[in-house]
Design a binder for this molecule. Structure first.
Ligand SMILES: Nc1ncnc2c1ncn2[C@@H]1O[C@H](COP(=O)(O)OP(=O)(O)O)[C@@H](O)[C@H]1O
Ligand SMILES: [Mg+2]
Length: 242
């Protein structure tokens, strides 16, 4: 039976425990989540509820204590660190609250970086970066360094960088959290437009209700679990603690 394209993300019963013993923190406790290709899902909840941890697990930046993650059909548990890095580079795009552009590279070079790291020749990479920059309204800023442009422009460059290698999944962790409402609105509009145009799936963490309202679906977190569902015991290996 034809099931349509591969889900961009399948996370099953994810758990993440930081530390151990008395100081252990169970940041994520039994979250399951699936994003079809092209879906836009918002993760909301108060500070400390586990949004960033969940996004890091889903983007392959960290490994879960228990549970499974598949990105674009690839089970991350089966990958060693090198293969995980390659999968992140090739199939995932990231947008962070504090932009994370490299200060010694121009905006064009920053946007091209995922391509250059993947071995695309510099000229071809910069040409695609220019196309991406134009798409986010930054064609006039290609040769500028990050220190010389505004926060809104930095984040639009970060959005272009996240999309330049045509990933299956974009992970955006409070992408408007450091912007005023005009610039935040512009970044959200861009993410939504690019999601609709390119079919990239977007998983976005926010505590901004307006942002969440724009999503196809909202996952509400409280204390590491889906709000409104009973918190489940923390499974570490075969042992269940509650
Ligand atoms: N690297 C870490 N080491 C220990 N505890 C952490 C770490 N990262 C996050 N935490 C804890 O995990 C919980 C969830 O944090 P986080 O995922 O950052 O939530 P949010 O993004 O919703 O604010 C918090 O209690 C936080 O203090
Ligand atoms: Mg966070």
């Amino acid at each position: 039976m034809y099931r349509g394209p591969m889900p961009a993300l399948q996370a099953r019963d994810l758990h993440k425990r930081y530390g151990d013993g008395e100081s252990a923190v169970d940041a994520v406790r039994g979250i399951s989540l699936e994003l079809a290709a092209g879906e836009f899902v918002a993760v909301v909840g108060p500070s400390g509820c586990g949004k960033s941890t969940l996004l890091q697990l889903c983007g392959g930046m960290d490994r879960p204590t228990a549970g499974t993650v598949a990105v674009d059909g690839v089970d991350l548990a089966g990958l060693d660190d090198e293969a995980l890095t390659a999968l992140r580079r090739d199939r995932v795009g990231f947008v962070f609250q504090f932009f994370n552009l490299l200060p010694t590279l121009t905006l064009a070079e920053n946007i091209a970086l995922p391509l250059l790291l993947a071995g695309v020749p510099r000229g071809a990479g910069l040409a695609r970066a220019e196309e991406g920059a134009r798409r986010v309204g930054l064609a006039h800023r290609l040769e500028h360094y990050p220190a010389r442009v505004s926060g809104g422009e930095l984040q639009r460059a970060a959005v272009a960088r996240a999309l330049v290698h045509r990933p299956a999944l974009v992970i955006a962790d409070e992408p408007t959290g450091n912007l005023d409402s005009d610039n935040g609105g512009r970044v959200l509009s861009l993410l939504l437009e690019l999601n609709r145009e390119t079919g990239v799936a977007v998983l976005l963490a926010t505590h901004d209700q307006a942002l969440a309202a724009a999503a196809d679906r909202v996952l509400r977190l409280r204390d590491g679990a889906e709000a409104g569902r009973p918190a489940v015991g923390v499974r570490v290996g075969a042992v269940t603690e509650t």
